[in-house]
Design a protein around this ligand. Structure first.
Ligand code: ADP
Ligand code: ADP
Length: 220
């Protein structure tokens, strides 16, 4: 589903965030990305979602070279990707539930079905009682859970999450990881960047380790 061939990403200013990365991720895999802050984890996820483009090498997703996608084609790529990033991009002029309903509105869902699904996923992340609140009134951890709800509501085939449990206390972190594992069980592909040991667990999962932009397979 995801293939990196000799991918290098250099940001303006010359810093090489990713150096000659080659690996592939099959449909349905759950993969953890580990490595210190600054190792290149976010960059790798952004390349998959075409938020950033590679300086050299090829990133392909579902057989498409995402570095070659036109501006117009990027929303089609993203339609099947759930994104949980640090810069939340929540809509602060809309309520919690409207933030979650939005992706379903865009996908053309019936309003009642959209609200039903949104409430179900808000319940899962423990925010059902805040559905009418504005995101600005939520704590950092609650905003993070709202982002996760929004990313999962349209049941994407691929979920990319950057430190999804970083701001969460142990209880919520465990709940969110359990949710991710449920999605994994029904065939969703997940790539989760984290340095949260609690998230990775003991379960023999595939881990890609990043060190100064270089990717290596690691024993889980
Ligand atoms: P991680 O997610 O592992 O913390 P990042 O992918 O965010 O790592 O960053 C990798 C390296 O690239 C870091 O040295 C970071 O400072 C640099 N970097 C990330 N984003 C940018 C950017 N937009 N412009 C310049 N340098 C960046
Ligand atoms: P724009 O540049 O117009 O804000 P983008 O191309 O960045 O749009 O985003 C396209 C879609 O992907 C939007 O639905 C946006 O909400 C989502 N998106 C982009 N980046 C992020 C992110 N970091 N976290 C969550 N969603 C994102």
């Amino acid at each position: 589903m995801i293939q990196f061939s000799q991918v290098t990403k250099r940001y303006p200013g010359g810093h090489e965030a990713l150096s000659g990365a080659s690996f592939s991720i099959e449909k349905g895999e759950l993969v953890f990305l580990t490595g210190r802050s600054g190792a290149g984890k976010s960059t790798l996820l952004k390349l998959i979602a075409a938020i950033e483009r590679a300086t050299s090498g090829v990133v392909s997703v579902n057989g498409q070279n995402v570095g070659r996608l036109s501006r117009g084609a990027v929303p089609y790529l993203r339609r099947n990707i759930g994104l949980v990033f640090q810069d939340h991009k929540l809509l602060f002029d809309r309520s919690v539930i409207e933030n979650v309903v939005l992706p379903l509105d865009i996908a053309g869902f019936d309003r009642r079905e959209a609200l039903r699904r949104a409430r179900a996923v808000l319940d899962k992340v423990g925010l059902l009682n805040r559905e009418k609140a504005r995101p600005v009134s939520l704590s950092g951890g609650e905003q993070q859970r709202l982002c996760i709800a929004r990313a999962l509501v349209s049941r994407p085939g691929l979920l990319l999450a950057d430190e999804p449990t970083g701001n969460l206390d142990a209880g919520y972190a465990a709940d969110i990881m359990a949710m991710f594992r449920d999605f994994h069980r029904v065939g969703t592909t997940l790539v989760i960047a984290t340095h949260d040991e609690r998230a990775i667990g003991d379960g023999g999962e595939r881990t890609l380790h990043l060190d100064q932009g270089k990717v290596a397979e690691a024993a889980a």
